[in-house]
Design a protein around this ligand. Structure first.
Ligand code: GAR
Length: 187
């Protein structure tokens, strides 16, 4: 079985879709869910799926604790699903081409430091952007700059609130992320 390790900081709705998609999958499985927040909703969801979890601190991420966990578990793909900390170079170098992130905008637009969650959608609305969307991309040492794997766009009417844009974009993420992960692993 190919192993997916998910990192998530938040409610974990994307992570949940991925766990659902790969439950009973013939060739790939979610092997672990890691979070920097002990209260993250994603941990309870992982437990429902009987997937092992690990909570780690910023120190664990930047010393070798998380790296050692990954070296022991040997994931075929590391998936950042709403993970909001910078990923350390030591892990990026150890798993070249094996880390993917989802970003709630059409990169390179609305990417970079501070651009996460609702901040992204506030900027989109403030600009009166005509469209927005999602980007699934490889993670390299530069924030939000790794090669794009998949994008999909939605048209904005111009009267949406940032929260309404967020809801539309999240729906798009749920529709595509797990399938794209499957294609990366199995094509
Ligand atoms: C998602 O919209 C994801 O694109 C975004 O966080 C949200 C997590 O939602 N990630 C970023 O902004 C990364 N820069 P979820 O916890 O419900 O999956």
């Amino acid at each position: 079985m190919k192993k997916i390790v998910i990192f998530a900081s938040g409610s974990g709705s994307n992570a949940e879709k991925i766990m659902q998609y790969f439950e009973g999958h013939p060739t790939s499985a979610v092997a672990a869910v890691l979070s920097n927040k002990s209260s993250a909703g994603v941990l309870a969801i992982a437990q429902q799926f009987q997937i092992p979890t690990l909570v780690f601190s910023r120190e664990d991420l930047n010393n070798d604790t998380v790296l050692n966990f990954l070296q022991t578990n040997k994931p075929d793909l590391i998936v950042l699903a709403g993970f909001l900390w910078m990923f350390p170079k030591s892990i990026i170098n150890e798993f070249p081409g094996k880390i993917v992130n989802i970003h709630p905008a059409l990169l390179p637009a609305y990417g970079g430091k501070g651009m996460y969650g609702l901040n992204v959608h506030r900027a989109v609305v403030a600009d009166g952007a005509k469209q927005t969307g999602i980007t699934i991309h490889y993670v390299d040492e530069h924030y939000d700059e790794g090669a794009t794997i998949f994008q999909d766009a939605i048209t904005l009417l111009g009267d949406e609130t940032p929260e309404e844009v967020a809801a539309k974009v999240l729906k798009l993420e749920h529709a595509h992320f797990a399938r794209v992960i499957d294609e990366i692993l199995n094509n």
